[in-house]
Design a protein around this ligand. Structure first.
Ligand SMILES: [Zn+2]
Length: 309
């Protein structure tokens, strides 16, 4: 398997193909996962190890970018399968991995029991002694390879991004937006921010993007979905859109059909930008492909509006 920089993209199988990734980083026979996918993803992650001739004992670390369930729902079950692994997570996320009861209850409330069972499975607690709460700047060593955890709020306050000096890449979770390969053009990747509920903070997100760009990254490994390059342009695109999204949310703050109008306005924003980026049939394909993201972004913008004084 040719995997530059020892980084493998693993499709977690959540929702649809090429929607949600976890990463496997391999260095001199030692391995780390970045994000776990859901409880339904664990078999795929273990199969990825086996396909590379790695034993479960070779995994030293499972690093979570944040504790949203598409990133962390499977962490407990994965940890149960990896006898030598330590879980690394933002200090605000750590308590929810040790005792996931609140996380599970709120997800059941949002999705309903049936969808929760279908998409996520059981949330397995991780023993506290196997969890490291990583403050800003915390370095994880993988056979001497330094993976630096950086506090990157904006999408969630329990979010960290992981800087890998060897690949000059960021594992960005959701703070550097989402970008599906279906919307690539000769100009490169098309990216949009994710403001999903309940902790979106536009100023913090812009600061986090700037902090990531300051490393002059060669690549960013997105959860949704895969590796992107041309990072400065993508960062600039993200910042422009974060401002645009916050501005249109403010305009619609008192609209009686706020949610419906937000969905319309976001759809228009992304379609226009995709057209300028050269995406073919953007007017029909973008609303379909981004339907779930637009819905969640509208919900998250509403929660943010309601938090404003
Ligand atoms: Zn998220």
């Amino acid at each position: 398997m040719s995997e530059p920089h020892g980084v493998a993209t693993i499709d977690t199988g959540y929702q649809r193909p090429a929607f949600c990734a976890a990463y496997l980083v391999v260095q001199d026979g030692c391995a780390a996962f970045v994000d776990s996918g859901t409880g339904r993803s664990v078999e795929r992650l273990l199969a990825a190890l086996e396909a590379r001739g790695l034993r479960r004992e070779a995994v030293d670390w499972v690093i979570l970018t944040h504790v949203h369930l598409d990133h962390a729902g499977g962490a407990g079950e994965l940890m149960r399968a990896l006898p030598n692994a330590t879980l690394v997570v933002h200090p605000r996320g750590a308590p929810h991995m040790i005792d996931p009861a609140r996380l599970a209850a709120s997800a059941r409330q949002v999705y309903g029991d049936e969808e929760f069972e279908r998409s996520y499975g059981e949330l397995v607690p991780v023993p506290a002694e196997r969890v490291v709460a990583a403050p800003d700047g915390h370095v994880v060593e993988l056979a001497g390879r330094r993976l630096r955890c950086v506090d990157t709020p904006g999408h969630a306050r329990h979010h960290l991004a992981v800087w890998d000096a060897r690949s000059r890449g960021w594992f960005s979770g959701d703070v550097f937006g989402i970008s599906y390969r279906e919307l690539d053009t000769p100009r490169g990747a098309f990216v949009i921010p994710t403001s999903s509920p309940v902790q979106f903070d536009p100023d913090a997100m812009k600061d986090s993007v700037c902090r990531m760009l300051a490393e002059a990254p060669a690549r960013v490994y997105l959860t949704h979905y895969g590796e992107v390059t041309d990072c400065q342009r993508l960062g600039t695109d993200l910042i422009a859109q974060i401002d645009a999204m916050a501005a249109l949310a403010r305009t619609l703050a008192r609209d009686p059909d706020r949610h419906g109008r937000l969905v319309e306005a976001l759809t228009r924003l992304y379609v226009e930008r995709a057209q300028r980026h050269g995406v073919k049939d953007a007017a029909s394909r973008v609303p379909t492909l981004l339907a779930m993201d637009i819905e969640l972004n509208a919900q998250g913008l509403a929660v943010w509006l309601d938090r404003q004084p």
